[in-house]
Write a protein that binds this ligand. Sequence first.
Ligand code: KG4
Ligand code: ZN
Length: 345
Amino acid sequence: MKKNRVEEDIYILAIESSCDETAAAVVKNGRQVLSNVISSQIALHTIYGGVVPEIASRKHIEKINQVIEAALAEASLELKDIDAIAVTYGPGLVGALLVGVAEAKAIAYGAGKPLVGVHHIEGHVSANFIEHPDLEPPFVCLIVSGGHTHLVVVKDYGEYEILGRTRDDAAGEAFDKVARAVGLGYPGGPKVDRAAREGNPRTITFPRAKVEGAPYDFSFSGLKSAVLNHINHAKMMGETIHVPDLAASFQCAVVDVLVSHTVEAAKELGYGRVAIAGGVASNSALRAKMKENCEKAGLAFYYPSPIFCTDNAAMIGVAGYYEYINGVCSGWDLNAVPNLKLGER
Ligand code: KG4
Ligand code: ZN
């Protein structure tokens, strides 16, 4: 029997398997996370220095049922209590996505529940709704993850205007590459963040790239090359590299550009609220500088807790909820779309 959407509670079971986390969550009424179970494969991929797609898919297959069972148990619910199954269908690693999509389809079909395909990046943006009941669109959002760097206006739930994007490397990718170059290992972002706390960001002046004619676009490949050149030069001269100073100087260059573009966009376009999303949004320097500059500019600043910044299924449940209540559901032909663009269905 169909529930009355206004008066009754709506429970979404969400599944996320786009990269190296096998995750499931139960979200009530779009903003209340009843469970958020994440099985991380980081230790498995660390020895290879990055995510190995085939290993990721195999691990998802092994873990996914346990993770879903745990998410339902933690929420003290059974499948029959769930209103819809939400699943990330792109972008991401195709084999990894397929595990979640096939699982979600099987559960939805078997239990006679609606299926909602969710855009992974929309999930990241939606993570902001979990801990901020007052946050409603429109707002400016900076999305910074391992594969994406986008500056957008969230015009409404599921409706985005892209203001800028990276022309080359994603912010997280730059963190990961620099970490590898100085021997910090994988995943690089959190390790650079930690090392930078002991360093001086003014030791080395790295470039802050601007893209000609596109004030809200980003470019990090020049910065990455400058860091690699610095390391090579130091090696040639027989100098030792002070990793904390290098990490702090690199991080400061990334953060300066991310913050200035975001705050400028909000001011120029007249939006009073700014949010950040994606794995790099858990970076301590980015959070601190964005907070400071938003305060100076009189903008309200929203950011998710670190656990909701990196990949998780709760954020997919939130995005899935808004699709579901707007009547957007997927067919049984839902497939993984590894290169799904923001705003595409
Ligand atoms: O959103 P996410 O978990 O996965 C993708 O959708 O890509 O983001 C992962 C990225 C990685 O590049 C990782 O190094 C970066 O987020 N990251 C960080 C931090 N924590 C994770 N980057 C900078 N500082 C952090 N504290
Ligand atoms: Zn992600």
